[in-house]
Every structure is written in C-alpha cells, then in structure tokens.
Design a protein around this ligand. Structure first.
Ligand code: UGA
Length: 459
C-alpha cells in the first residue's frame, strides 16, 4: 500500500520503519531539515533500541522528503503523526495536526479516495475538526474531495517502541466510514495475522496472541488513548500513595505490590513504586484530559490526585536526603540517571530535572550520570553547569560520581545500575548513603555492601 506519513518524531518514525518492513511503500514527510539530513544518511534522529538496524534494513522501501505535495497525491493512506504540545492551560495544541490536514487537502487529487489517519494524541473531537478543515479546503479549491478521516491512537512505549509496533496488545480504529476501516485492516493485516518474518533482533514473544483490531466511533477512539494513559498513571500513583503509608506503618511496598498484583483483576504491571512518572505522555495527557473535562464543566478528582501524588514523589527525595544528612548546603550528591526511564535519552518531565533543580536551590553540589541522556539534560537544565552555576557537574564515570560524595540517589533504573559494585562505591564515598528511587536494590545487599539504604515505601 502507498502510505504518506506526516511527522518523523518518535511515533511517526517508528510507524514508518515498521510499515516499510511490512513491505508497504512508505514516504515520510518532515519539515525539520536537521532530522531529514540524518534520515537521508540512514541515521535515526531518535534513540530507540533496534530502530537504527531496522532503518538500515528498509532503506530501499522508505523515503524521506520535506514536501507533502511530493507524496500525498499518489498515496492511498496518509498518516498524521505530528506533535500536540501542551498549551499554557494544559490542553493539547492541535495546531500542527490541523495544519498537516490542510496541507494534505490542498494537494489531494479530485475524486480520488484517501484515508486520512490521525495517529497523534489529540483531544476528543479532533477527528470531527479535521474533517471540517479538509472540507473547507476542498470547497475553497472548488473540488469534490473524497477523504475519510480515521482515528488510530498509538500505544507505543519509549524504549520498547518496536516491540509495541510489531506485537501490539490491540489496534484501535475510530471511523465512521467502512472504507477507512477496510483500508486500515489491510494496512495492519501482517500484524493482525502475524504473517511477517520477525526482524532477527525482535523475535515474536512466545506467549503472544493475535491482536484484535477494535473498531469504534472517532470520539471513543480518541478517549481510549487518554483513558489508557491516565489509568496507567493512576495505577503508578496509587502504588506510590500506598508506598508513603508503608513507610509510616513499617510495611514494604514491593511486597504489597507483589501480593496485590497476583490478583488477576489487578495484575502486576505498572505497580512499581518509586519516583513516579515522567516523559512526554502521562504528564501531558493527564493534563489534557483535565483540560477537556474543564471545558465540559466536569471534575476529575482521581486524575487530579494522581498528578499531585506524582509530584510529591519527587519532593520526598529531597526530604529523605535532608533527614539523612541534616543540612544539605555544601553537600555533594550523585544522581544516577537523568532520562525519564531506561533505554531512552528523553528527559522530558523527567524526575531528575526537578530533583536536581531543588538540590541546586538548596546549595548542594550535584554530580549527575546517565549513559545517554547527559546532553539532553544539559540543555533542559539550561546550562546550569556553566561558570554561572558551578554546582552542577555531569560525568560519564560512576567512580567520579561517588568519590567523596555524601549521598547517591538512583533516579532511573538503567540496567547498568543493577550491576554496580556497591561495596566499592560505598568505600569511595564520604558518607555511604543510597537513596534508591526505583527500589532496584535488595535493602539487605545494599546494607551488607556498607550503605545506609533508603528505598521508597520500604520501612
Ligand atoms: C506511555 C504508555 O505506556 C504508552 O502505551 C503510550 O503509547 C505512551 O505513553 C504515549 O502516549 O505515547 P511511555 O511514556 O513511553 O509510554 O512510558 P511508560 O513505560 O509507560 O512509563 C512512563 C513513566 O512511568 C516512566 O517515567 C516510568 O518510570 C514510570 N513508571 C512505569 C513507574 O514509575 N512505575 C511503573 O510501574 C511503571
């Protein structure tokens, strides 16, 4: 199938390479020349495990261009995967989605049928809005256009994006047109039937079942995306709320999560207590959902509370450090992990940024380590490691991070931190205090290694 994808961000690029791998004819459009420059050299502008290899594999079935007019007229299906950044009031800004739809409608051939798919995360009602935008352009052009607009929300997780694209739990399609639903069923046929040969680095999971394609109305499809992310965010905030109480009453939240997770109705995933959620999705999507609710004059106290608890997790790290070190000013603290989660260099809404900001404000000397996210963190922290603020240092050397430090704080559970030589690190430090913000260590092992160990929700 001939496909045009508008936007080569995290969702657009992942979708483009996966569809090209499935033998579709893919053309991806982006206006960002620096991204296009990399893509033309066969290099991925995003860090995502496996994407570079796959991009090399599909070099001959994918092309990248800055021009919508180059690729849309010929396409059967056009997929919009541009950003929907938060507006000042928290609502998602759909300006880029509408602009993309406008540009598409300007170059569609009269009479030819197209399916226009919205993959970006958009407020409820956007499908309808995009349909109106397209019709307005057609009537201004004086042509009889023939576009069906469908909503096809994306459920990929950063760091596991290719896994999620090849082996999804479900595919959701919201459309009023049977023709659009049929086109999407043909698009995803190899995934729905799992008839493709898996890439060598992404074997099909042994217990994987064929995914259903759920079809529904556009508003419900748009709501499913927000409700799914909000529910996962709630689940994490719930276990973090329980973690706080565990500390007060002498229970261990990791045991509690294990015990409740064994109930099939609850399930054990997304019950890892710790520093809470960051990234570009849960913070933005919970806020956008509250924005939609506010416009409808509707209160959502559970969603509000999930956000409040999430911020409290970040603040509690500084409290734990204060209670262990008494005074913070002038102390040296090492931060293990800057990315909002492992296997990504994404630091958007990362807990590390808030924690570092607070520590710097307290006059702490902060050393920060991450295997791949240092440059992004440096930019996000606005050059706080310059001579204007000599308190913040980035290092790629964990020994340097620990040397003579007063405490270490584990913020991101990178695989390499699981394998640290804890006894060696403890010996290098001035005071061997370890705050384990993701509960990855056994408290007993950390204590045996010489650390004063403080987890989250582990009394
Ligand atoms: C999330 C959803 O999981 C995807 O389904 C969705 O497509 C995506 O948002 C999106 O809307 O684009 P993502 O933000 O990449 O994906 O990452 P998650 O793996 O869901 O983790 C989000 C945050 O929750 C991370 O900061 C992680 O550290 C935290 N988390 C996750 C916990 O604190 N505890 C857990 O048990 C699980």
């Amino acid at each position: 199938m001939k496909i045009a994808i508008i936007g080569t961000g995290y969702v657009g690029l992942t979708t483009a390479v996966v569809l090209a791998y499935l033998n579709h004819n893919v053309a991806a459009v982006d206006k960002d020349q620096s991204k296009l420059g990399l893509l033309h050299q066969g290099k991925s502008p995003i860090h995502e495990p496996g994407i570079q290899n796959l991009l090399e594999d599909v070099q001959h079935t994918i092309r990248f261009t800055p021009s919508v007019a180059d690729v849309v007229p010929d396409a059967e299906l056009i997929l919009i995967a541009v950003g929907t950044p938060p507006k000042k009031n928290g609502e998602a800004d759909t300006r880029h989605v509408e602009q993309a739809a406008r540009e598409v409608a300007q170059v569609c051939l009269p009479g030819k049928h197209y399916t226009l798919v919205i993959k970006s995360t958009v407020p409820i009602g956007t499908n309808q809005r995009v349909t109106e935008v397209v019709e307005t352009v057609f009537s201004a052009r004086g042509i009889q256009g023939n576009i069906s607009v469908a909503s096809n929300p994306e459920f990929l997780q950063e760091g596991l994006a290719l896994q999620g694209a090849f082996y999804p739990d479900r595919i959701v399609v919201g459309a009023n047109s049977e023709e659009a639903i049929d086109t999407l069923r043909r698009l995803y046929k190899p995934i729905l039937e799992q008839t493709f040969d898996p890439p060598s680095t992404l074997p099909r999971p042994s217990a994987y079942h064929l995914p259903p394609m759920m079809t529904t109305d556009p508003n419900s499809a748009e709501m499913i995306k927000y409700a799914a992310n909000t529910f996962l965010a709630l689940k994490i905030s719930f276990i973090n709320e329980i973690a706080g109480l565990c500390e007060k009453v002498g229970a261990d939240v990791t045991e509690v999560a294990r015990g409740i997770g064994l109930d099939a109705r609850i399930g054990n995933r997304f019950l890892q207590a710790g520093l809470g959620w960051g990234g570009s999705c849960y913070p933005k999507d919970t806020s956008a959902l509250l924005g939609v609710a506010a416009l409808s004059g509707y209160e959502m106290p559970i969603t509000e509370a999930a956000r409040t608890i999430n911020l409290r997790q970040r603040e509690c790290i500084v409290e734990k450090l204060r209670s262990a070190l008494k005074t913070l000013k002038g102390k040296t603290i090492g931060i293990l992990g800057l990315a909002f989660k492992p296997n990504t260099d994404d630091v958007r809404e990362a807990p590390s940024l808030d924690i570092i900001g607070e520590l710097l404000a307290e006059g702490v000397i902060v050393r920060a380590h991450d295997p791949i996210a240092i440059e992004n963190a440096r930019r996000a922290l606005n050059g706080k490691d310059t001579s204007a603020n000599a308190l913040l240092h980035f290092t790629e050397d964990i020994d340097e991070l620990a040397y003579d430090a007063d405490a270490l704080v584990l913020v991101t559970e990178w695989e390499l931190y699981h394998k640290l030589q804890l006894p060696k690190l403890a010996k290098q430090m001035k005071t061997p205090i370890l705050i384990d913000g993701r509960n990855i260590y056994s408290p007993q092992d950390a204590r045996n290694a010489g650390f004063h160990y403080i987890g989250i929700g582990r009394a």
